[in-house]
Design a protein around this ligand. Structure first.
Ligand code: UDP
Ligand code: MG
Length: 289
């Protein structure tokens, strides 16, 4: 990787300019063209899926011969030995992450996992940790990383899949570091759902999902947590050129169309269907609304 050069580009999805995806000049993985343009470039041979999965997932630390020798505790940390393809979806509460992730994951063959949903299920199933998790959720605080990671890794294992859309994760630096160290995986892409606070508040308070934290006091705390702890994670990945910003303030169907254009063809088409990367590039550039 001697003289690898990184560049950050600007892209427009929806109404907002996006600072986004870095380009590794030593590979063919250019899926964003240079500076302030909506054109995307693709290597002719590669599908978006290949682009996503090629260079970011770090090999598992547990190699075959050394596996036996790894002490129990270390082995636990590296429990997910599959090579994972992971897309993180971040954004303030009420931005529509869960709604969109559920739809898009189905469409593209990824498994949608929401750590928030998994924790809510754990409240019901785990009498030991349940009360603590519920209290943290009401306060909009984060459940300790070891508990969250255990639950998340179990869900990853049980899914039988190796491609995941992780919704509302990682919501702070601590859990980001815990995830990367436990799975030895970096996200291929981070989708950042941008939506005004007024609109998000309106959406949350006008829905009824029976959530203990969908009341104005919890909402205030959740918004604050997002501002103080999640945005730094978004910035961390922005610096790595992995963030793609989505205008999530639009109608549900419009946001979904955007997401389909970005992720859709990668997994629904076969690798031999060479023109898809070019088509995908066109589609995304057409989205420069
Ligand atoms: N939560 C957590 N860790 C996570 C995800 C969620 O501790 O990885 C807790 C946290 O208290 C958060 C709540 O669960 O406020 C709800 O999370 P969710 O992602 O469902 O909220 P959303 O962003 O969808 O409103
Ligand atoms: Mg959610």
């Amino acid at each position: 990787m001697g003289d690898m050069k990184e560049e950050t580009s600007e892209m427009v999805i929806g109404e907002h300019a996006i600072e986004t995806v870095s380009v590794d000049k030593t590979t063919n993985n250019e899926f964003v063209s240079e500076n302030t343009t909506t054109e995307l470039e693709f290597s002719e041979k590669e599908t978006f899926d290949e682009i996503l999965s090629e260079n970011k997932t770090v090999e598992s630390v547990c190699e075959k011969e050394t596996k036996e020798a790894v002490p129990e505790e270390t082995a636990k940390e590296t429990v997910t030995e599959k090579k994972l393809v992971v897309v993180f979806v971040l954004g303030g509460p009420g931005g529509g992450k869960s709604t969109q992730c559920a739809k898009i994951a189905k469409e593209v063959g990824y498994t949608h996992l929401s750590s928030g949903d998994l924790l809510r299920q754990t409240i019901k199933s785990d009498p030991v940790n349940g009360p603590m998790i519920e209290a943290m959720i009401k306060e909009g605080k984060s459940v300790p990383p070891d508990i969250t990671m255990e639950i998340l890794q179990k869900a990853i294992e049980e899914s039988g899949n190796d491609k995941f859309i992780l919704d509302g994760f990682p919501r702070d630096e601590e859990i980001r570091a815990a995830f990367e160290s436990a799975t030895k995986t970096e996200p291929e892409l981070v989708l950042f759902f941008e939506c005004s606070e007024e609109e998000r508040e309106r959406r949350i308070l006008s829905r009824n999902q029976g959530r203990v934290d969908d009341n104005s006091e919890s909402v205030r705390k959740r918004f604050r947590y997002f501002q103080e702890h999640t945005l730094p994670v978004v910035d961390y990945y922005k610096r790595k050129g992995l963030v793609l910003q989505i205008d999530a303030g639009r109608l549900e169907e419009e946001v979904f169309e955007t997401l389909k254009s970005i992720l859709g063809p990668s997994t629904t088409m076969q690798a031999e269907e060479a023109p898809i990367t070019e088509e995908l590039g066109k589609k995304i550039s057409e989205l420069g609304l």
